[in-house]
Design a protein around this ligand. Structure first.
Ligand code: WT7
Length: 639
């Protein structure tokens, strides 16, 4: 990139960075082509996405690109038949990709495994056969509670291959959170590992999985598959639990790929909303496949020689779209790392980039902020010259963090592509391409085929530079097809501001039409790029007998972006003390798992309330931060 000015004064938001000429020459999509794509998509929204769908293989093509007669339950590629695994795996076996690396995996202790497309295909087939032997059929739900392992990828693809629906649960969730998700989708099968390595320790995952099923807590689960990762002795329940390697030993290397209807569910992923109950976001085979393929290949300019690394855990949507499905649909090589980014020291990520020759590195701002703290001497110890593009997702990235990444990791040559999207959107929505003019801290513009606007509560466009609500004004292929068993809650996304999709984010648009994300507009806290609802954390606090009333808000945190702070009114007879703070933190951890970090707890005599008695988190937030994001925050406003 050509630096129009001194990099060090880059804390203002006015700088524009131009891509280096070489990058433009080599780009799959050049600036004229991007402009043409935008124009075409604006004129013919469905035509644009139909063309994207034509790049993939179908058992039967669609009768209609978009069936909107049951809106907002939009049905993309209605009448088509396909399977995402056919496109992510099967079809590559017939091409030069057959012997190319599909997956490079590295364990925390330093062990590593590599799979070519052919090898991954065979492993998936064997496990698909094993799933069928266990009686799993099309439409059944399979919960995968796994750390990042090759078997996690294999389990996801094998489930999808036979037409069953996978639901990943991040390994940092508690037994209770796992149980809630299992019960919500009525899973017949749970796949887990004996344990995994994290920060030099072995975490016993099977124990937590057992705890989720204790007694008749999750009766729907008939069997459990256990991957041996750490070879620690685990208790196996006779007739219910099976070791992964025992199951696949006898299985054949070939397995038929189930023919799916376009709208058949591929996976569900639970995410936090504004109530205590997580939402099961459902994605389908056809739309998700088309949207993810088109956006990942364009934003990251995927070339046959790329080695793509998204640091996200497979338990989040980024792990699905950018870690597994996207790269495999694109026929590229994806990298996966099991452990802690600072193990054994703060250069682990850079050592992985250097050793495998990673060309595209996609991560979250919180990770960069953490590594920044350790200083630039860590990346300096490694040859990072293979890197071509950098990417960011999950929360607003400050110009300071952007520039650190750009300078110290990207040699002031690799563009930082900040991508805005959500579990619900499935695919990247607002993001630059490598050839775009970049402004550090801005997600730039909606991708071709995506129509976004910043509006007020009534849906009127906000004046330039003014913060408002981000909405998506036209359906897009990778959109969720619904919420699991909750049509009403799904409709809310489209009725808050009638006719458009309400993202729940605050944003502003500048005079060039560039979008700057400002954070959530609702009671969802973004801790280290992970969404967690205030209401969920409050429910976890309430599990402690001392808690009479509680409100939880997000407060700024230097590393995590946001952290949770609890305001607690204690029941009579309980004392506000350091011991109580410890106990409450432990309760929340037990209830939700290590994902829900409580930064601080403050005891109060009472909490601010509306006339109807609803706790006003907004008031607490304003007290805490001195400002708040004005009257756009806080669900209680809607009363
Ligand atoms: C929320 C979605 C989709 C991947 C990971 C998170 C925030 C996401 C950005 C970005 C500013 C961002 C939003 C959004 N977010 N990307 N580039 N800049 N904020 O998925 O857990 O569904 O969370 O993450 O607040 O609504 P998710």
């Amino acid at each position: 990139m050509d630096q129009s000015g001194a990099l060090d004064s880059l804390l203002t938001e006015e700088r524009v960075l131009r891509p280096l000429p070489q990058l433009v020459i080599e780009a799959n999509i050049n600036p004229q082509e991007l402009e043409a794509a935008r124009k075409f998509a604006a004129m013919d929204h469905l035509g644009y996405w139909e063309e994207a769908a034509d790049e993939l293989d179908w058992f039967k093509k669609w009768d209609q690109v978009l069936d909107d007669k049951d809106a907002p339950f939009y049905r993309w590629f209605a009448g088509a038949r396909c399977n995402i695994v056919y496109n992510a795996l099967d079809r590559h076996i017939e091409t030069a990709n057959k012997n190319k690396l599909a997956l490079i995996w590295e364990g925390e202790p330093g062990d590593s495994r590599k799979y070519t497309y052919f090898e991954l295909y065979r492993e998936v087939n064997r496990f698909a056969n094993a799933l069928r032997s266990l009686g799993i059929r099309k439409g059944d739900r399979v919960v995968i509670y796994m750390p990042p392992l090759p078997e996690t990828v294999i389990a996801m693809l094998a489930t999808a291959k036979i037409g069953a629906i996978h639901s990943l649960v991040f390994a940092g969730f508690s037994a209770k959170a796992l149980r809630q998700r299992i019960n919500d989708c009525q899973a017949r099968l749970l796949i887990t590992s004996d344990g995994f390595y994290r920060n030099g320790h072995i975490i016993n995952l099977k124990e937590t999985a057992d705890a989720a099923l204790v007694g008749s807590c999750a009766d729907c689960v008939e069997s459990m598959v256990v991957v041996r990762r750490c070879n620690i002795g685990v208790d196996m329940v006779d007739g219910r639990d099976f070791h992964y390697d025992d199951l696949i030993r006898q299985e054949r290397n070939e397995a038929p790929t189930e023919v799916m209807d376009a709208a058949d569910p591929l996976f569900m992923l639970h995410t936090s909303g504004t109530t205590g109950k997580p939402k099961g976001i459902v994605h389908s085979h056809a739309g998700y496949m088309v949207g993810v393929h088109r956006t990942l290949t364009s934003v990251f300019d995927i070339k046959p020689t790329d080695i793509f690394w998204s640091t996200a855990d497979p338990g989040w949507v980024t792990g699905h779209s950018a870690g597994i499905y996207g790269p495999l649909l694109a026929g590229t090589t994806t990298v996966m790392y099991e452990g802690h980014p600072n193990y054994p020291q703060a250069d682990r990520l850079w050592s992985i980039v250097a050793r495998y020759g990673v060309t595209i590195f996609y991560t979250v701002p919180t990770m960069i902020r953490m590594l920044m703290r350790f200083g630039a001497q860590y990346p300096k110890q490694h040859d990072l010259s293979s890197l071509r593009l950098l990417g960011s997702v999950g929360e607003p990235i400050s110009p300071e963090t952007w520039i650190w990444l750009y300078k110290n990791i990207g040699r002031s040559e690799c563009p930082v592509l900040d991508t805005w999207w959500q579990t619900e959107t499935g695919m990247f929505m607002i993001a630059p391409l490598p050839i775009s003019l970049l402004k550090p801290g801005s997600v730039t513009k909606p991708l071709p085929g995506v129509e976004a606007e910043v509006v007020d509560r009534e849906g009127n466009p906000m004046p330039t530079g003014k913060g408002g609500l981000l909405v998506i004004t036209k359906p897009w292929p990778a959109m969720m097809t619904g919420l699991w068993n909750d049509d009403d809650r799904y409709r809310e996304y489209w009725t808050k501001i009638p006719g458009v999709y309400y993202a729940g984010d605050v944003a502003r648009k500048d005079e060039d039409g560039y979008i700057w994300m400002q954070g959530r507009a609702d009671d969802v806290i973004n801790i280290a790029g992970h969404r967690i609802g205030s209401a969920e954390v409050e429910a976890a606090f309430a599990a402690h007998p001392a808690v009479c009333e509680v409100a939880v808000i997000g407060v700024p945190d230097r590393i995590k972006g946001e952290a949770a702070k609890g305001f607690v009114v204690l029941n009579d007879g309980f004392e506000a003390s350091d011991g109580m703070i410890k106990e409450l933190k432990k309760t929340v951890r037990n209830e939700l798992g290590p994902v829900a970090v409580i930064k601080s707890i403050e005891f109060r005599q009472e909490l601010p309330k509306t006339r109807s008695g609803k706790i006003m988190r907004r008031v607490l937030k304003a007290e805490e931060t001195g400002t708040g994001i004005g009257d756009l925050t806080g669900g209680e406003d809607e009363e």
